[in-house]
Design a protein around this ligand. Structure first.
Ligand SMILES: Nc1ncnc2c1ncn2[C@@H]1O[C@H](COP(=O)(O)OP(=O)(O)OP(=O)(O)O)[C@@H](O)[C@H]1O
Ligand SMILES: [Mg+2]
Length: 307
């Protein structure tokens, strides 16, 4: 089961006077919604306001129609599972005992909490590790335990703050397999500062910049709307001059490296290579550069997506 999460004009000023979130509105339904943005853009602040962990200065959050910071708070919070960047586990206890503890906090009886902990451990590939102390867990195992803990209350909405940070590529792959296979029916809202991850693993992306949403859409739509055209790069050696090809003007990247902005890179790559070959020039290498969410971020904010 899944249900919608709606945020209306969220605003957060910390007691220190820092304004972390400056009017954020969005909607997320079943599937994966990503809040993508650099350090300090307000992702964690927004996620914790949605999760019911941090009170907004202004604004409304509704989960399945229930107001998280109003009358519906108790029902809303039961529907949410929150996996913060660093879950406060009791490191000397086993993974199993930690999960059972989160179950008890969620109001489960002991027998039910144990049953659920075992089932989740199986689903998330933690069976072999449940008896070990959390202190001995790798980053990837700890992250899966965090997700298991967030799922103990059987939520419909799962909030994951930077789920893949600190994981190696294999750990990331396993994590996304779990999210996309085991948890596919939930409403998942996650944060990331990695454009490649946001593009590959999101149904919908909100681009965060300085506490505001700079753009939003499916990854494909964002790229289509905001990114520059795909490029074809040809490497021909420094003695070969840049050629204009069927009205496409070359941009000189360096000696013997020329770039063309094209609409259809698959077709263009052949036409461009053929033009050089027809003039008797050797082509050392030719490649397509497709713009992604990194370029979208640059285009909508004027800044690089630095972390
Ligand atoms: N408890 C706090 N007190 C005061 N300022 C805070 C607090 N937490 C965050 N901030 C500030 O609010 C802004 C947004 O921080 P936030 O943690 O929401 O960003 P983020 O997008 O999650 O960044 P990161 O990618 O580093 O996790 C930053 O300027 C940060 O310094
Ligand atoms: Mg954060």
């Amino acid at each position: 089961m899944a249900c919608d999460v709606e945020a209306e004009e969220l605003y957060k000023e910390y007691p220190s006077g820092v304004i972390a979130v400056r009017g954020i509105s969005f909607k997320a339904g079943r599937g994966r919604t990503c809040l993508m943005g650099p350090n300090g853009s307000g992702k964690t602040t927004t996620l914790s306001m949605i999760a019911g962990a941090l009170r907004p200065t202004k604004g409304i959050v509704r989960v399945c129609g229930y107001d998280v910071w109003g009358d519906g708070w108790l029902t809303a919070r039961k529907l949410i599972g929150y996996a913060p960047q660093r879950m406060p586990f009791r490191d000397r206890l086993s993974g199993f005992d930690n999960l059972v503890w989160y179950g008890l906090l969620r109001g489960l009886g002991l027998i039910e909490a144990r049953r659920r902990a075992r089932r989740l451990a199986e689903e998330l590939g933690l069976e072999g590790y449940l008896g070990r102390s959390v202190a001995s867990y790798s980053g990837g195992m700890r992250r899966r335990l965090t997700i298991a803990a967030a799922l103990m209350g059987e939520p419909e909405v799962l909030i994951l703050d930077e789920p893949s940070s600190g994981l190696d590529p294999k750990g990331r792959e396993e994590l996304w397999r779990v999210i996309e296979v085991v948890l596919k029916d939930l409403t998942i809202i996650y944060s990331s500062h990695m454009a490649v991850e946001a593009e590959a693993h999101s149904d919908y992306v909100y681009i965060f910049h300085q506490g505001r949403i700079a753009a939003s859409g499916t990854p494909q739509d964002l790229v289509k709307k905001h990114a520059p055209k795909p490029k074809v790069l040809i490497y021909v050696g420094e003695k070969v001059p840049p050629l204009e090809v069927e009205g496409l003007k070359p941009y000189v990247v360096g000696a013997g490296v020329y770039m063309y902005s094209v609409d259809n890179p698959k077709e263009a790559i052949k036409i461009i290579a053929d033009s050089y070959l027809a003039r008797g020039f050797a082509v050392e290498r030719i490649e397509i550069r497709r713009p992604g969410l990194e370029e979208v971020f640059l285009s909508v904010t004027g800044r690089k997506l630095e972390v």
